[in-house]
Design a protein around this ligand. Structure first.
Ligand code: HEM
Length: 265
């Protein structure tokens, strides 16, 4: 069974629901007067969901005030990767400190992924997921398995690609909903009508995908302001979301930043 086929995704629902419910509970306990750093919590939500669903690994990010070191290392690493790509090779002699930090950050990413692999090896579960596919999978032609180094590389790619885009999308969707109270109410009504007030079940996901509001925000957040905004040609929306990220230096999605013509176009 493919690690990301529809049946596998459906099988992840309980764990996705668990992590999302923890976030709802955390926010509810803060009460209405406590400011919440929504973007950070969406980072916790998506990193923990991805790691639990695909690797059965718990970052338990909600229990820590600081984001996991992986997040800062990732942000700094991505920013420096972009900068290095723009510099002539010879210029590297002037960037000794940046280069050391770059490799230190890579080490944090690799150690985090190594921790995920070690945990699975120490506590084998028999569970079939992305990690077990990488650890146990054998190439049908060569009979070879993935090397540990390659597994680490792939885990890092998944941990980054899987969480950061989604947390960016959620942050922009949240911002748009708060900025447009009428749409917020409409979305709330639609969810109440389609899902009801009880806990959402996996069978209801198809109905959610048909929600007008859901589709509108998916489109608005991914195309206009979201994780892929930087891939679009031409001028992007210029209004500035008041959700500025801190030092993460997230490259693909920075609420609070004005998107303009990008180098990829
Ligand atoms: C809002 C959610 C997401 C958006 C907008 C998004 C967008 C993208 C884009 C634009 C690419 C580059 C495609 C290309 O190079 O042609 C990409 C690659 C990728 N995405 Fe996503 N993605 C999202 C969520 C996810 C999730 C949840 C996962 C994993 C569970 C994931 C895993 C990957 C992987 C593994 C790659 C390939 C990275 C590479 O080649 O280095 N993405 N995504």
């Amino acid at each position: 069974m493919p690690a990301f086929g529809p049946a596998s995704i459906q099988g992840m629902f309980t764990e996705m629901h668990e992590i999302a419910s923890q976030l709802a509970l955390k926010w509810a306990r803060h009460g209405s007067d406590t400011p919440i750093m929504v973007t950070d919590d969406f980072t916790r939500l998506t990193l923990d969901t991805l790691a639990l669903c695909t690797m059965n690994f718990r970052f338990n990010s909600y229990y820590h005030d600081e984001l996991h070191p992986f997040i800062n290392a990732m942000g700094d690493f991505l920013t420096e990767s972009g900068s290095r790509a723009m510099r002539p090779a010879l210029a590297s002699v002037f960037y000794g400190r940046a280069t050391r930090k770059y490799w230190d950050n890579i080490e944090v990413l690799r150690q985090t992924a190594q921790g995920v692999v070690d945990t699975r090896r120490k506590q084998p579960t028999g569970r079939k997921d992305l990690l077990s596919a990488m650890l146990d999978g054998v190439d049908s032609k060569t009979g070879q398995k993935l090397s540990d180094s390659s597994i680490i590389d792939n885990l890092i790619t998944f941990l980054i690609a899987g969480h950061e885009t989604t947390s960016g999308l959620l942050s922009f969707a949240f911002y748009l909903l708060i900025k447009h109270p009428d749409a917020y109410r409409k979305a709330q009504d639609e969810v109440d009508n389609v899902i009801g007030k009880g806990a959402i079940a996996v069978e209801q996901m198809n109905k959610v995908r048909r929600l007008l509001t859901f589709r509108f925000y998916q489109k608005a957040t991914t195309n206009m302001r979201g994780p892929v905004a930087s891939l679009h040609c031409g001028r992007s929306p210029r209004d500035t979301a008041p959700l500025s990220h801190d030092s993460h230096g997230v490259t693909s999605c920075q609420p609070g930043r004005r998107y303009r013509r990008q180098v990829l176009c």
